[in-house]
Design a protein around this ligand. Sequence first.
Ligand SMILES: NC(=O)c1ccc[n+]([C@@H]2O[C@H](COP(=O)([O-])OP(=O)(O)OC[C@H]3O[C@@H](n4cnc5c(N)ncnc54)[C@H](OP(=O)(O)O)[C@@H]3O)[C@@H](O)[C@H]2O)c1
Length: 245
Amino acid sequence: MELNNKVALITGSAKRVGKALALALAEQGCRIIVHYGRSEDAARQTLAEINALGVEAWSISADLNNEAEVKTIIPFALKQAGQLHILINNASIFPPEDFLSAKSATWDRNMMINLKAPFLLSQAFAQALPPDQPGKIVNLLDVIAMRPKNHHFSYTISKVGLEGLTKAMAHALAPRNIQVNGIALGAILPNVNDDPALFERLAKRIPARRTGSPEDVVKAMLYLVQDADYVTGEIIRVAGGQHLG
Ligand SMILES: NC(=O)c1ccc[n+]([C@@H]2O[C@H](COP(=O)([O-])OP(=O)(O)OC[C@H]3O[C@@H](n4cnc5c(N)ncnc54)[C@H](OP(=O)(O)O)[C@@H]3O)[C@@H](O)[C@H]2O)c1
């Protein structure tokens, strides 16, 4: 898909990986909808950086744990930009918990923010696209979903679900010329609450012997939205071989 003058919505794009994806699409001439939750100042900064590239952008705050708020996002994007071509489901929570300590409320939060919100957004996105207009959905996954372990328990299961949702939606939307793919990340950025030294120690256990960067994710995303018009239901693992065991 030629990206110039297309419209892309990226959830959780005020900072970190989501911001890198938004800026990369803006550099290709996409007009951008920056969704964020609590990071209002960072969202304003991201918007300013996009505008500095000579590209229009809008921001919307919506709590993805609240279905009514999730349902405001696609109508907002269409009202502001008039059309929509790309949806990137990037926002996520990553709370630590093991199986025995996992709480019902945390389970529900992970499933809502990491899995049901992408479902609702993708469905509204596909319903809003004119039948003859192509579209792209990219879901941000985690290589841990290939071999679930006993940490970040509800998060991991939500990403297993999102991987399944990616393939099921790819099947459902292929006749509509909407491609749905996933990018499964390995160690790209340390979690805000994690010790960065711990993250660097993790690098020694990765086959590539280093952690990745948001730019590595950007390259996979650009391939999927720009070049991969006949690729759907695929997961690209950006993980330096971490998924290989
Ligand atoms: N970082 C990594 O190394 C890594 C590894 C594996 C997979 N991933 C996946 O890659 C994606 C990006 O990773 P990341 O580390 O950049 O993500 P992140 O910083 O943990 O989260 C991205 C954004 O999600 C938004 N968010 C969380 N809960 C929300 C809610 N209830 N309502 C609205 N927004 C909410 C937050 O927005 P606000 O700040 O505005 O509230 C946050 O900035 C995620 O899907 C993650 O699971 C990342």
